[in-house]
Design a protein around this ligand. Sequence first.
Ligand code: ADE
Ligand code: ZN
Length: 319
Amino acid sequence: MLPTAELHIHIEGTLEPEMLVGLARRNGVALPTSDLDELRAKYSFADLQSFLDLYYDNLPVLRTSQDFYDLTSAYLDRAGRGGVRRAEIFFDPQVHLRNDVPLAAIFDGITSALGDSDISAELILCFVRDLGPDAAMETLRMALPFRDRFIGVGLDSAEVGFPPAPFKDVYELAAAEGLHRVAHAGEEGDPEYVRQALDVLGVERIDHGIRAMEDPELVARLRDEQVPLTVCPLSNVALRAIDRLSEHVLPKMLDEGLLACVNSDDPAYFGGYLDDNFAALRSELGMTEQQFATLARNSFDASFATAGQKAAWKTEISV
Ligand code: ADE
Ligand code: ZN
């Protein structure tokens, strides 16, 4: 099993239908159906928004710190079986706060599970971009008392129509607090979203970034500056950012010398975990073990782990 880092994983996107039904029962939350086949039938999407609608609809089942613990533990167990040594995990506190879950319950549940795992894991707090920059700022201020429990901030949810630039002040505060900064950009949004994330927000990593490939000047910059790109192949196909996996730009990204790595994004919704992404890239794109080794090395280089940790994990890559 190839050792890797997973740097683009939404903990809420690991909510498998079985756990959804179990948590709904445990917490007395009504679901439209508890039939697993009927639930699974809804996991088919036209675009990012149609996925987000279901993703947000499912989240009221998460109520207690135990729920967040169970969700996170299940992900870490599954990820570990797929070769993940390091995970930098996104969460969306605004959604849970809206569902009346206290911030302390979210942090307690998730960070206890991180502490109980063999995987080196850290948390990245994401802002829901369609709730706007003022709400993001309020969320960051609310989270600062828990500053030692997360290592960075990110920007997710609906992209087109919600460009990065208005979040400048929030990212400045995050930088002043010593937090790492990443943002989703170039998933559905055009290359300008990627430029703004780099130039206005000062991000250290771009989440997705596939549409950057439409802009040769931007590609050259990403190569020259070795900006990490957390690419999510099965997600891109599930949300129809790309028609077929066989047309994915990932091999071209590697050919261009970009620091791209593979991630699962929302594995419960998109047909698989990190190892499933690698298996699909092998069978449908014919990617080689050599390319996978490059992707694995990239994933460690792109992580916010220490230089010593990165070096140790990379020695495990045999190809
Ligand atoms: N939230 C969860 N998954 C996401 C994705 N792929 N893009 C944007 N926001 C998300
Ligand atoms: Zn994502």
